[in-house]
Design a protein around this ligand. Sequence first.
Ligand code: FAD
Length: 386
Amino acid sequence: MVDLFDNWIKNDRHQRLFEKAERIAKEAKAQVSRTDPEAVFSHRTLKVIKQEKYPSLTLSAAYGGEDLSLYEFLLLQEKIAEGDGSVALSIGWHLGIMKELKEDKLWRKNDFDRLAKEVAEEQKVVNRAATEPATGSPTRGGVPETKAVRNGDRYIITGRKTFTSMADHLDYYIVSAYVEDLDEIGWFLIDRHHPGLTVDKTWDTLGMRGTESDDLVLDGVEVNLSDLVERKSKEKPAPKGWLLHIPACYLGIATAARNDAIEFAQNFQPNSLDTPIAEVGHIQDKIGEMEWKLLQAHSFMYTVARKWDEEPDQRKQMGAELAAVKLAVTNTAAEVVDLAMRIAGGRGLSKQYPFEKYYRDVRAGLHNPPMDDAVVKMLAKQALSE
Ligand SMILES: Cc1cc2nc3c(=O)[nH]c(=O)nc-3n(C[C@H](O)[C@H](O)[C@H](O)COP(=O)(O)OP(=O)(O)OC[C@H]3O[C@@H](n4cnc5c(N)ncnc54)[C@H](O)[C@@H]3O)c2cc1C
């Protein structure tokens, strides 16, 4: 079977970094029989992630990182997702956020330096806790109900965040809140051990169960004024290349489904045939369909990533292009997994095979940002603009 990654590993550096992702993917896959039924993120997988110094890879060399390009970031994330999509998505938030903070300089230098040092030296992991029951996806522009109220030289924060990936495993949360005295939305960096913070075990979804995306509850959490590390800009937000870790994740799941479906087709021989089903016309049609869809999705995603890396002056205009990659690749990934399920037949529904998990996991891609309707609207608006 052709390895689809061979096309995209271009040099020795890619190969060296890719081997880190391979080791993480192997460990992640080995844990799926527990993490998926129990809806938990594996401590052992996180240990391997840290041993590989994966959390610091998007930091610049000056901070002890590898300054991953967007292309490299996606390549590694896709490989991890081939092992387990949940692990890739969860750790992808961390790497992406560190890349964003470094490139967009969203924080005061001191605040970024402090966090980057801990990530580099101790492989600490962070994530943004943005989604809330009332706002739904923060990309829709809803104001957080989580509120930060000033009390002298402290802020007191109260609220509930949903969908916080890896919630119980993070070292820091970056929490969005309505900051009352400033009348604007801000972000607080809060240590996981801070009094008043608890993780409420609500995560019980159909797919991506291993992300352990529980609720984060803030009950009168008292922080310093300096913990307000970021304020929502009044300007239109800059396009976020790092968010392509989302399509990379779902593409990795689709690639795993494709590999397993081909292997199944090459080995399964019912007694009505004198060859494995891989020799049958309609199965070959489905394999061919998977191949062109995957080739198209990979080409689109990695071409746009390369443009992001090589033409930084174009980044400001790339919002619609990035969003189109998310929509196209995530939907294609779902189609590929569907084809793999059809190749496996009824066995694909059984927990004895990996297909039903791919089917559940890939579905979650629709509910990561940006959502399809928002992308279509953005593209139409751009097309109709003068
Ligand atoms: C596996 C997984 C991991 C995640 N990890 C994180 C994380 O680590 N941190 C985090 O903060 N979030 C995380 N999220 C949350 C994610 O970013 C979304 O906020 C969440 O999935 C809710 O999105 P939604 O579109 O279903 O919700 P809603 O925004 O509530 O939408 C519900 C429905 O209403 C429609 N709708 C709502 N508002 C509008 C509007 N203004 N205009 C038009 N239609 C609208 C939507 O299209 C949809 O049909 C994660 C989600 C998943 C699935």
